[in-house]
Design a protein around this ligand. Structure first.
Ligand code: MG
Length: 205
């Protein structure tokens, strides 16, 4: 049996391939039984919606004044959809389309804040809290600059984090030929929540 030198951090000795598999298995079991989780996790989401006349434009939970809104089965909030997928992806949960099927009449015209709330619920259930998020919107119009502070504030409220932990950039789709649509990219960083402090020890007298 050939002897191989493996990653020093985990296997600080020369072990056989069989030993290595066994040791990796032991490590996984130890992590699982002690409920050890990574301190941080990252999540990424992306979405696009087409502009349509005569419907309200919702971005980041805010209604912006514009002759066209974003079509879709729900309220078409491209930013909240990307952010929801980032939250779900960070804890390896099913994506937004799987949880809230566009063919399900229950989600017709739904407020996308509800999808975000489900993402947060799953983050919380996995033992994590949101540290910060960053996002980029790509759309020809309207200009996002004048609304950016309000959108960041609203998204911060939905996430339960300070608004200086919510990033929002807006770009125009130069040379992309996507003036008829809005695109959103979002990333989130999660941190493992601290365990609840143990209750006061009873002292035997
Ligand atoms: Mg969507």
């Amino acid at each position: 049996m050939p002897r191989i030198l493996t990653d020093y951090t985990y296997f600080p000795r020369r072990v056989s391939a069989n030993d290595q598999r066994g040791t990796a298995r032991d490590l996984a079991t130890r992590l699982e039984t002690r409920n050890l989780k990574p301190e941080t996790r990252i999540g990424y989401g992306w979405d696009s919606h087409e502009f349509k006349r005569g419907i309200p434009l919702k971005i980041g939970g805010m209604t912006l004044s514009h002759p066209k809104g974003l079509g879709g089965h729900s309220d078409g909030d491209v930013l909240l959809h990307a952010l929801t997928d980032a939250l779900l992806g960070a804890v390896a949960a099913p994506d937004i389309g799987t949880l809230f099927s566009p063919s399900d009449p229950r989600w017709k015209g739904a407020d996308s804040a509800m999808f975000l709330a489900e993402g947060l619920k799953r983050v919380n259930a996995a033992g994590y809290a949101v540290v910060n998020m960053d996002s980029t919107l790509i759309l020809a119009a309207p200009k996002i600059g004048p609304h950016a502070a309000a959108i960041r504030g609203h998204v911060a409220k939905l996430l339960g984090i300070p608004s200086d932990c919510v990033g929002l950039k807006a770009k125009t789709p130069e040379g992309m030929g996507t003036d008829h649509a809005a695109i959103a990219h979002a990333v989130v960083l999660l941190q493992k929540r601290a365990r609840k402090p143990a209750g006061r020890q009873k002292v035997k007298r």
